[in-house]
Ligand binder design. Structure first.
Ligand SMILES: C[S@@+](CC[C@H](N)C(=O)[O-])C[C@H]1O[C@@H](n2cnc3c(N)ncnc32)[C@H](O)[C@@H]1O
Length: 266
């Protein structure tokens, strides 16, 4: 096992995304806590609207949140939802049921089985930090893009949710939580544009500060139990109980910067 669970292939293909429940719980807990910041799927769809019309590719589509926004905003002739998790692709398919022109493609983003220059707009949201070498994925995106094609990549700041790490450590649940490398270490807000720039022309960089307020210990536990950064010996109920006994019942405020890089094929 590597020190960073987001780079551990077995965990990424297994416990993290082999079924949709864990990702759904994490994103639901975060969405419930959010007090400021734009909705990433809406921002991506808005940025994508400036690209040429043609095939749209959503890389690492997960449960299809961005795919749905792209479908609604662009109504492209062909929309490809791409992910390596069969379970998440099935969930995306359910959410896009009835939409014409959507194709679901299972694969590894290091080797996208699409022809050269076949894609007008490619989006990759909150997934390239699962690559030990995101430059290789950017090369794949550049290969797939048609002349004039647009790439939109999105990630988070390396210090995202640091206040949560501190609370988890202070409670004694995982004293080393703040000392571990960031989950986003290979592709984060401050190296993303340089990595994208290795194979594409960077046109725009947008940093959006997102703020969160976890209302109480149960809310913190619902998120922490699904975050692989933490090494926790108890279940969600036990986490909440321990937090209440040690650091109190919340609330807890934290932040993350979401960064969008828009780039074009050279
Ligand atoms: C945090 S989810 C993001 C989902 C979606 N883009 C969103 O914004 O909601 C990360 C996704 O990346 C996918 N993923 C991770 N490594 C991958 C790889 N090597 N190839 C393709 N997909 C991958 C996972 O299966 C998961 O669906």
């Amino acid at each position: 096992m590597t020190a960073n669970p987001f780079l551990d292939t077995d965990r990424v293909r297994g416990t993290l995304y082999a079924e949709a429940g864990r990702l759904t719980q994490r994103t639901t807990a975060l969405a419930r806590a959010k007090t400021a910041g734009r909705h990433p799927a809406a921002v991506i769809a808005e940025l994508a609207a400036d690209g040429p019309r043609g095939t749209v590719l959503d890389i690492g589509c997960g449960r299809g949140t961005t795919t749905v926004a792209l479908a609604e905003r662009l109504d492209p002739p062909k929309l490809i939802a791409f992910d390596q998790s069969a379970a998440l692709l099935t969930d995306a398919q359910r959410r896009l049921a009835g939409r014409m022109g959507v194709r679901y493609m299972r694969g590894d983003f290091h080797a996208i089985a699409l022809p050269d220059a076949s894609v007008a707009v490619a989006a990759a949201a909150f997934c390239l930090y699962h690559s030990p070498e995101p430059t290789a994925v950017i090369a794949e995106i550049a290969r797939c893009l048609a002349p004039g094609g647009l790439s939109i990549t999105v990630t988070k700041s390396a210090d995202s949710y640091a206040e949560l790490d501190d609370v988890i450590a202070a409670s004694g649940l995982d004293p080393e939580a703040p000392d571990r490398p960031s989950l986003y270490e290979t592709f984060h807000s401050h190296n993303q544009a340089d990595i994208v720039g290795t194979h594409l022309d960077v046109r725009e960089i947008i940093h959006d500060e997102q703020r969160f307020r976890f209302t109480d210990a149960d809310h913190i536990a619902a998120y922490a139990a699904t975050n692989p950064r933490y090494q926790l010996a108890c279940d969600e109920r036990g986490i909440a109980e321990r937090l209440r006994q040690t650091v109190g019942n919340g609330p807890l405020e934290t932040a993350s910067t979401v960064t969008y890089v828009v780039a074009a094929r050279r």
